[in-house]
Design a protein around this ligand. Structure first.
Ligand code: GLN
Ligand code: ZN
Length: 761
């Protein structure tokens, strides 16, 4: 029998119940009991819904109060010693402190989960690291479901991926060296699950889709041979996702497990290879429903892949499922009553995807004829989507085809541009600026909420924003900053703001996806050809510029960041969508220039995270993403200065692409690494201007003048003074005025003093 399965379901609840319960608990407003009740209710509802939909394998332990990697660390007792943990069971307060920190206990590091926007807590391993069973969550949740008469398939983060996702402190054994010590804990968990009545267990090993050394590959074999021996009665499924296996296929096929899950959405090409090589005692779990995007599945195509596998392996060796956990899509399309009918019919969120899996399983099991009506209805929707005038905008396509290489090229080389800019802008050496946003105070948020709910008229709201902007301009003038910003009070989110105004984008009411802990984001949906019906930012930039003689920097989000932080249409290649966005941003850039804005910043904080998981795919990505940026930025005159901003510190391996963006000035995060990253710019002889962040905005701490001076000093040791700008690490949106005022004032003073010591431009 073909089995219908799921790898994981969103945790946050249809109305972000988990977020609310967690935040109430953390703030002391809600009790532990309340949090416990909410999470039990959520777990039960998720299980019941999936069972009722007809899934054969409903996952458990995919729920988490913060993060599943942190859960795994808790399970094996990997609690760093700074948390003063007694060392028996990991209690909830220790768990949350690991994630969020507490006085003098720094939180554990957080980073992006593969190429998603979900962040996981990075396991830390210390000298003399030991492991023991310190949380029985997987068993408890299995039993909890059993108590509701629901037989689940527990999900564990596999031991090899767990180690590879972690970091060892300096001097400690490197993560993979800990495998032998770790395995007994996993064996104990599997033993207990078997005892509790589990039959299948899902072991997530997404690291199998990465570039792996032979050592790493060998670790998978070691791990699963030992797990196999210790739990002979359990059926183990190893799940891979976010890419195809390529050169790791052999490793995966040789694992002594009962089933292997493949992501056939990201890696459809691996199916034939897998069918040809799958060992006889292994089943194939086929990820045919996209767990990373919101579109309905092409059911006929998915069903024929399943049928192909059934023909080749027999029905008992085939499972149907999503490509990866459904964690990365919103919960339920039924919570979007305001989306128009067309668009709705094209979309599937987690709940709808579960139904698709069940239907596909039926098609694979009983033949396509058995679900003929459903398939037909689906096909009609897909055809309507394909032909919809809402998606296809001939003007946009025509324009895209007419794009020439010249359009992605500034008129003159940087050396000539910069002299034009310096005289146009009249800047001192070591010019000062900020990254764009100023504190989004409770008043700003309140005014926006009142405007959105109709309590504040548009006129009054705009007046409010103008006053905000005027205040921010005055503040920057008082400090003597050189290139000013308007402060972005009109924006909630740097992508949503543009998604809201561009054609081809839809914003959802409730399409929340977990980003980290209780934090959720609501990515816009790019469904059609992108165009810009009207100018999006000039009104505010122009107003700000009217208040001062200093240049005010226009603020835009770049095409790659908009792409990366949205749900992207799946009916055309990503580069094409990127170029459409780029053209819309290009028009905005030109409108800003025409409105008298002399400096324009195009933020690309997501450029690096968009890097493909495999190094061999990097070049292609960097080529098209750099070109999209250049298409957006290159229409301006020489004297108009283009800035870009990125907030990460790992530039080494993409420095060439960064330089190829050809932005006149780039501002980057640098203070936390003590200017470490500047080395890659120096070694590369980065030709354009750089503003290394000299004020760490991620912390409430106010840096004093000497600290800023020292960071600037470091910067000037590696980068020629006439290339250096002075600015904070990132936008100031999340900071409070009490912090921002003294910090920026110290930054400005340090820059002025330093100017005396460096030769004038
Ligand atoms: N201009 C944006 C801001 O200042 C940049 C944000 C970012 O880099 N993430 O808020
Ligand atoms: Zn930033």
């Amino acid at each position: 029998m073909v089995l219908s399965t799921n790898l994981g379901y969103p945790r946050i609840g249809p109305n972000r119940e988990l977020k609310r319960a967690l935040e109430r608990y953390w703030s002391g407003r809600g009790s532990l009991k309340e949090l416990d009740t909410t999470s039990r209710d959520l777990r039960r509802a998720r299980w019941q819904l999936q069972k009722d939909a007809g899934l054969d394998h409903v996952p458990s332990n995919d729920f988490s109060l913060y993060d599943h990697v942190l859960d795994a660390a808790a399970m094996v007792g990997a609690v760093p010693s700074r948390f003063n943990w007694a060392g028996d069971k990991v209690d909830l307060d220790t768990y949350f402190t690991m994630a969020r920190g507490a006085d003098r206990m720094a939180a554990m590091e957080m980073t992006k989960w593969f190429d998603t926007n979900y962040h996981y807590i990075v396991p830390e391993f210390e000298k003399g690291q030991k492991f023991h069973l310190a949380s029985t969550k997987p068993v408890d949740e299995f039993l909890e479901a059993k108590g509701h008469d629901i037989h689940t398939r527990p999900v564990l983060l596999g031991p090899v991926s767990f180690l590879l996702l972690g970091k060892s402190q300096s001097g400690a054994t490197e993560p993979l060296g800990l495998l032998e010590k770790l395995l007994p804990v996993y064996e104990e968990v599997l033993g207990r699950l078997a005892e509790a009545g589990a039959d299948w267990v899902q072991m997530d090993e997404p690291c199998l889709v990465l570039d792996l050394s032979d050592d790493r590959r060998a670790a998978f074999a070691t791990a699963y041979e030992s797990l196999r021996r210790s739990a002979p009665s359990l059926k183990l499924l190893v799940a891979t996702y976010f890419g195809d296996l390529r050169d790791n296929m052999e490793t995966a096929m040789r694992l002594p497990v009962n089933a292997l899950h493949l992501d056939l959405v990201r890696g459809p090409g691996q199916l034939e290879d897998a069918l040809a090589r799958l060992p006889e005692d292994m089943a194939l779990s086929m990820g045919v429903v996209d767990g990373r995007n919101v579109w309905i599945t092409d059911l006929e195509r998915a069903a024929s892949a399943l049928t192909r596998a059934v023909d080749s392996l027999g029905p008992d060796r085939v499972m149907a499922g999503p490509s990866c956990s459904l964690l990365h899509v919103p919960v339920d399309l039924d919570s979007e009553p305001d989306l128009d009918a067309d668009l709705r019919s094209w979309l599937a969120f987690a709940r709808q995807k579960v139904s698709e899996i069940v239907l596909l399983t039926r098609a694979a099991e009983s033949g396509m004829d058995s679900v003929q009506d459903e398939l037909k209805a689906h096909r009609e929707v897909l055809e309507r989507r394909e032909q919809s005038t809402r998606i296809n905008n001939p003007e946009v396509r025509k324009r895209l085809h007419a794009v020439t290489d010249d359009m992605a090229q500034r008129r003159s080389p940087f050396g000539e541009r910069i002299s034009a800019q310096l005289s146009h802008l009249n800047l001192p050496s070591l010019p000062t600026t900020t990254i764009g946003s100023f504190p989004q105070t409770p008043e700003v948020r309140k005014a926006r909420a009142q405007f959105n709910s109709g309590k504040l008229s548009r006129e009054d709201y705009e007046k409010f924003l103008e006053d905000e902007i005027a205040g921010v301009i005055r503040f920057q003038e008082d400090l003597g900053l050189d290139v000013l910003v308007h402060g972005e009070p009109e924006r909630t989110d740097m992508v949503e703001y543009f998604g809201d105004q561009l054609e081809g984008f839809a914003v959802t009411a409730n399409g929340w996806v977990q980003s980290y802990g209780s934090r959720c984001v609501r990515p816009p949906v790019i469904y059609g050809d992108v165009s810009r019906p009207h100018a999006m930012t000039t009104r505010w930039s122009k107003y700000a510029q009217s208040l001062t003689d200093k240049p005010v920097k226009g603020m835009l989000t770049g095409p790659i960041t908009i792409l990366q932080w949205s749900f992207v249409r799946d009916d055309q290649p990503r580069p094409e969508t990127a170029n459409q966005i780029a053209l819309a941003i290009r028009d905005e850039v030109l409108d800003l220039e025409a409105a008298g804005i002399r400096v324009i910043q195009i933020d690309e904080p997501a450029l690096r995270e968009g890097l493909p998981l495999r190094r061999e795919d990097w070049k292609e990505y960097l080529d098209w993403s750099v070109r999209a940026f250049r298409l957006a930025s290159s229409g301006v005159r020489d004297e108009t200065q283009i800035h870009t901003h990125m907030c990460y510190a790992e530039f080494n391996d993409i420095i060439e692409a960064i330089a190829a963006l050809d932005a006149d000035v780039i501002s980057v995060e640098a203070s936390r690494s003590q200017m470490e990253l500047l080395k890659s710019f120096a070694d590369f002889h980065y030709p354009n201007h750089i503003g290394p962040g000299v004020y760490d905005i991620h912390s409430p701490r106010v840096p004093d003048k000497d600290e800023v001076t020292q960071l600037l000093d470091y910067a000037l040791q590696v980068i020629p003074a006439d290339q250096v700008w002075v600015n904070p690490d990132c936008g100031l949106k999340t900071r409070r005025w009490e912090e921002v005022k003294p910090s920026l004032s110290n930054m400005a003073k340090a820059a002025v003093e330093m100017r005396e010591k460096v030769p004038a431009k």
